[in-house]
Design a protein around this ligand. Structure first.
Ligand SMILES: [Zn+2]
Length: 272
């Protein structure tokens, strides 16, 4: 479904996440599709991901995992067409509690600087009840709400339940990933399991190969135990080709930049 050329030129979308790789997994397809349509995509990452896994110590010879993950994030952002990446240095693992007012103020400042037409962040479920994700959801909600009726529309992104299980089975089918495969220690069925129903879906099947390429830029997170390391582009289209959104129930300025890419919800999109 080719976009009318540059149909979103002049528009800005600000995506706010917790760790390097959240952006690609949660909505890498939508970010790439927005960029291709001419929108300016700004990515804000609250932490450098220094508490994450390390697939191979050789990737981090100086022990500075946060520094390596920040570079991986910039690589992924370039693949997705993100115009600008802001990486803050909040402590990975403590985002919900540490320097809360500072993160709130930074998000407010980013909105005031970039004047986005839409803001995207985690939903209440934090993809799989990850407390850092929930913390970023909370801070983004309070930051947007503090701007009153002039605030940009806020959107929550979730992963369709069953997707991560599908990726595990695709990896197993080709002998990849161990039988107890998990994603960064998280059981596959946890992803999307507690998400509220979406308001609309964005079909990103044509952008799934780029979403996969962006995910694989996060090399420290992409060891052989990770099913995403094993799938091909067709499997990415199948399992990573739909992203779910819901508009936050708060009064904001009008705007519909994400809805302009939306497709009606089909039952197979929300229950894989
Ligand atoms: Zn994360």
């Amino acid at each position: 479904m080719p976009e009318p050329k540059r149909s979103l030129a002049g528009r800005t979308v600000l995506a706010i996440f917790a760790h390097p790789d959240d952006e690609s997994l949660a909505c890498g397809g939508t970010l790439a599709r927005l960029a291709d349509a001419g929108a300016r995509v700004i990515l804000l990452c609250a932490s450098r991901g220094e508490a994450g896994s390390m697939s191979d110590p050789a990737l981090v010879p100086d022990g500075d995992l946060g520094g390596v993950r920040t570079r991986e994030l910039r690589d992924a952002a370039a693949v997705l067409g993100v115009a600008e990446v802001l990486v803050f240095d909040h402590p990975d693992g403590d985002l919900r509690w540490d320097r809360v007012s500072e993160l709130h103020a930074q998000i407010v400042a980013a909105i005031q600087q970039y004047k986005p037409d839409a803001v995207i962040t985690f939903a209440e479920d934090g993809l799989y009840w990850h407390l850092d994700h929930i913390g970023v959801h909370e801070r983004t909600f309070t930051a947007v709400r503090s701007l009153g009726a002039d605030a940009p529309p806020l959107y929550y992104v979730t992963i369709p339940p069953g997707v991560m299980r599908g990726l595990v089975e695709a990896a197993h089918a080709k002998g990849g990933a161990p039988p107890d495969s998990s994603f960064w220690g998280i059981a596959p069925d946890a992803f999307g399991a507690k998400a509220k129903p979406p308001g609309f879906v964005i079909d990103v099947r044509d952008w799934a190969p780029r979403k996969l390429a962006a995910l694989r830029c996060h090399r420290t997170q992409m060891g052989p135990n990770n099913p995403i390391a094993w799938i091909n582009e067709d499997e990415a289209r199948r399992w990573l080709g739909v992203e779910l959104f819901r508009r936050a129930p708060i009064e904001t300025a009008n705007g519909s930049v994400l809805e302009e890419l939306a497709d009606p919800i089909k039952s197979e999109d929300v229950r894989m």
